[in-house]
Design a protein around this ligand. Structure first.
Ligand code: ATP
Length: 624
């Protein structure tokens, strides 16, 4: 809304510069999602919905505790804003004095003292204003940092189903713009509210002091401001909620389009992507224009009320001057107080609109904070002191995804003994990767149990469970740091020797040696600056360094040509040695002879996508 205010010239006269005056910063990060081939919304994407509304009081109660430790800064902001307002009052008083005594009285000798005093007051007001704005900004920024950290940390605890059902761009909008909007509610918003109230009280008091009867006439108009802002506030909240939603959708399209540029260009979908953005941009435009219309209307309505007040004051004041009951200096000083009083009153009304916008943002952040992970640690869940031997057992496991009607896995039973290699094969979509998700406890089985070293994994903490299992995914995911950072991700705090040893075992050290900055060479976003095979070998080095007793290889050769795949086999064998390994693949040629194979079968019986899983059975081992 500030953006709109600036565009529409609806400036406000606050003594304190709030952090909301800065440009909103939106961080764009990479995506793991791909645009749908037909340019429409990807099928898996749920249609975005406006977050459930919470009352402003509840939003405030929820976020106010985050200001702990920062309230001193906000209080200082208010205090100094009040000091600045008092200096303004003193300066206006001196202005009235100079008008009557120096200008009307034609007495130059009376000029210097009030002139220096005026200058002094302006300097003090400037210092107070600067320090107050700085304190408020500092408090606001720290609040933002704290809240963003909290929301992001909470998101890290949520299970993949939360992210599967949301769009990355929208989540990023919540972590950036929406959190800033909340800051305007409980941080700088409170400072602004208190400052405006103090300004109203002081300037109204000063006006009363000069002419109480004239002041009362002007105060009679104040409720008109408040009624106008109340009438606008609820409409503004709805418009703001729509704007937040469409801003999230637009972010998603930009983020997906840019993150998948090579796919977009390879499929000649540039125009389709541009149209998709245009369509989302159009929705955003309409939501923004609705907000702008309300803001634009609010300005003139308030202007009319203000003008009526001023005309009443000038008319009444002129009459009083003619009658000799008021001096020109007195009238000018009175009008000057009004020039400060009305913007402060207007600002109180404007705060109602800002709060409405902030409330729309807080709805969306509260929705995230209320989300609970699909699986949590049981009370009394244990963390074994040392990693076990890695015996995995699926005991009569059935599983249905929360948003699906039919089961994906049915009565799956198999055992992987410590150090054993078990290959899990089956057609696409049969549920092979789902086995991994259950093993990592991203989901709990609908029926049956998954056991690690004889213990139901629900009795282990998720942290200890996941420390026991390393997953090497279809597409090796790297972060945008250096080669060293990406390998050390497997075990933070590893020494350089350990990193190099892992790289040697993963057969990637030779390649790293050819890089311009060796282990300190950046790999680019998602490792795009290096090849698929190199990425995969770095991921293997990462897994070697992690040294967990259980290893899951989920289609480790996908997307690699035959020679690259062959090159990876040896490091993979080294990685698998001595670890319980579940090798998920649909390519039976990759399965080593020593492996025991379980075959997942899909049965398309009655109904759509009814998948039946056969009991694990040994299949003929094939050569790698
Ligand atoms: N998060 C999810 N929510 C709902 N259904 C899902 C989810 N993830 C996977 N599925 C469905 O569960 C089924 C099994 O998926 P899974 O990814 O385990 O198959 P897969 O055998 O590994 O397939 P592929 O070999 O193609 O990778 C599929 O029908 C898939 O559409």
């Amino acid at each position: 809304m500030r953006r709109l205010e600036r565009r529409l010239g609806l400036g406000r006269r606050l003594v304190v510069v709030t952090p909301s005056d800065r440009n909103r910063r939106v961080t764009r990060r990479f995506s793991f999602s791909a645009p749908s081939p037909n340019g429409a919304e990807p099928e898996a994407d749920p249609s975005p919905q406006i977050a459930p509304m919470v009352s402003i009081r509840e939003a405030f109660r929820r976020f106010w505790p985050y200001t702990r430790g920062l309230r001193g800064l906000f209080a200082l902001g208010v205090l100094l804003a009040v000091v600045a307002a008092l200096c303004e009052i003193g300066a206006i008083r001196l202005f009235g004095y100079i008008t009557d005594e120096v200008l009307a009285g034609q007495n130059l000798g009376a000029f210097w003292d009030p002139a220096f005093a005026w200058l002094g007051l302006v300097v003090v007001a400037g210092l107070a204003s600067f320090t107050g704005a700085y304190a408020t900004s500092l408090g606001g920024e720290r609040f933002l940092l704290r809240l963003r950290d909290t929301v992001f940390s909470h998101m890290q605890t949520l299970t993949p189903d939360f992210f599967d059902n949301r769009r990355l761009g929208d989540l990023m909008a919540r972590l950036t713009d929406d959190i800033e909007a909340i800051e305007e509610l409980v941080g700088s918003g409170v400072v602004r509210l208190l400052t405006s109230i103090a300004s109203v009280v002081f300037f109204a008091g000063a006006a009363l002091y000069i002419r109480w009867d004239l002041a009362l006439v002007t105060f009679a108009m104040i409720p008109a401001f408040l009624i106008a802002s109340k009438a606008f506030a609820s409409r503004f909240r709805n418009a703001a909620a729509r704007e937040r939603l469409s801003s999230g959708s637009m972010n998603s399209v930009i983020e997906e389009g840019l993150a998948n540029q090579s796919l977009v260009q390879a499929f000649n979908r540039q125009e389709a992507e541009a149209e998709r953005l245009h369509a989302e941009g159009g929705t955003w435009l309409r939501a923004n224009v609705a907000q702008a219309r309300l803001s634009a209307l609010y300005g003139p309505v308030v202007q009319v009320i203000e003008t009526i007040c001023l005309l009443v004051v000038i008319g009444f004041g002129a009459w009083e001057i003619v009658a000799g009951r008021l001096t020109i200096g007195g009238l000018l000083a009175f009008a000057a107080y009004l020039a400060y009083l009305y913007p402060a009153v207007r600002d109180l009304g404007q705060i109602a609109l800002t709060v409405s916008e902030a409330a729309a943002g807080s709805d969306r952040v509260i929705e995230i904070l209320r989300a609970r992970p699909a699986v949590t640690d049981r009370a009394g869940a244990t963390s074994p002191a040392s990693p076990g031997r890695g015996r995995i057992e699926f005991a009569d496991v059935s599983f249905t995804y929360p948003n699906r009607t039919g089961p994906t896995l049915r009565n799956l039973s198999f055992v992987a003994e410590p150090g054993e290699l078990v290959a899990c094969v089956g057609p696409s979509g049969v549920g092979k990767s789902t086995v991994t998700k259950l093993l990592l406890r991203f989901y709990d089985p609908t029926e049956g149990r998954v056991l690690l070293d004889g213990v139901d994994i629900r009795d282990l903490t998720r942290r200890s469970l996941r420390e026991t299992v390393t997953v090497l995914q279809q597409e090796s995911l790297l972060f945008s740091g250096t080669v060293r950072d990406n390998i050390a991700y497997g075990r933070p705090g590893s020494s350089m020797d350990e990193i190099v040893r892992a790289a040697v075992m993963a057969d990637v050290h030779g390649f790293i040696d050819t890089l311009p900055r060796k282990y300190d060479t950046p790999v680019g976003q998602r490792g795009r600056l290096i090849s698929g095979g190199q990425r995969q070998r770095i991921a293997i080095a990462r897994a070697i360094l992690r040294d967990a007793p259980v290893l899951v290889l989920d289609e480790p050769m996908t997307g690699l040509d035959a020679s690259t795949a062959r090159r990876i086999m040896e490091p993979l064998r080294r990685l698998m040695a001595g670890r319980t390994t579940i090798l998920i693949t649909h390519d039976v040629r990759l399965i080593p002879e020593t492996a025991r194979t379980i075959v997942l079968e899909a049965a398309h019986g009655q109904g759509r996508a009814r998948i039946r899983l056969s009991r694990a059975r040994d299949a003929t081992p094939r050569l790698a």
